[in-house]
Design a protein around this ligand. Structure first.
Ligand SMILES: [Zn+2]
Length: 168
C-alpha cells in the first residue's frame, strides 16, 4: 500500500525523465491537489497518475492476477482502491484538471516510447482543452456583462421617456 504515495517507482521516474527531455516541466506528488497526483503539469492543467496494475486493478492485464489465497481480501482491497481512484479523478476533473492514467505495464521497455508519446499528446491536448474552456467562460462572462449593460441603457431610456411624458 505504501507504494501508492511513494515518491516514484523506477518506471515512473523513467517516464518523468522522458517527459522532461521533451521539454515538459512538472511538480511531483503535489499535496495541494486531490489524490496527490504523481506528476503535475500546471501549465497544461494536466495530472498523470502512474498506477501499479495490481494495486489499482488494471482490468484484463496480466499483471493483475489475484493471489490464490485470501481471494476475497485481495479483491476487496483492490476494489476499495479503485473506488478511491475514481473519486479522486472526479474531484480533479471538477477542478478543471485533465487526468491521465499510465499503467505500470505500459512502461515496459517494448511499449515505453509509445506510452511517452501518448502521454505527451494528452498533456498538450489537456492544455488546449483548458485554454478553450477558459476562453469560453470569458466569452460567456463578457456576453452577460454586455447584456446587462444593454438592459441598463434600455431601462434608463424608458425611465427618461416616462419622465418626459408625465412631467409635462
Ligand atoms: Zn497493466
Amino acid at each position: 500500500m505504501s507504494r501508492i504515495h511513494s515518491s516514484g517507482t523506477k518506471p515512473e521516474i523513467r517516464l518523468r525523465r522522458a517527459l522532461w527531455h521533451l521539454g515538459f516541466r512538472y511538480r511531483v506528488n503535489d499535496p495541494r491537489l486531490p489524490g496527490k497526483p504523481d506528476i503535475v503539469f500546471g501549465r497544461y492543467r494536466t495530472v498523470v497518475f502512474v498506477h501499479g496494475c495490481f494495486w489499482h486493478g488494471h482490468q484484463g492485464c496480466s499483471l493483475y492476477t489475484v493471489p490464490k489465497t485470501n481471494v476475497e481480501f485481495w479483491v476487496s482491497k483492490v476494489e476499495r482502491n479503485k473506488v478511491r481512484d475514481s473519486a479522486v479523478w472526479r474531484r480533479l476533473e471538477a477542478l478543471g484538471w485533465k487526468v491521465v492514467v499510465v499503467w505500470e505495464c505500459q512502461l515496459k521497455k517494448a511499449v515505453f516510447e509509445e506510452t511517452v508519446l501518448r502521454v505527451k499528446d494528452e498533456i498538450v491536448s489537456g492544455g488546449k482543452e483548458y485554454r478553450e474552456r477558459i476562453a469560453l467562460a470569458r466569452q460567456l462572462r463578457e456576453k452577460s456583462r454586455k447584456e446587462q449593460a444593454e438592459r441598463k441603457a434600455r431601462n434608463k431610456y424608458f425611465s427618461q421617456e416616462i419622465k418626459a411624458k408625465y412631467s409635462r
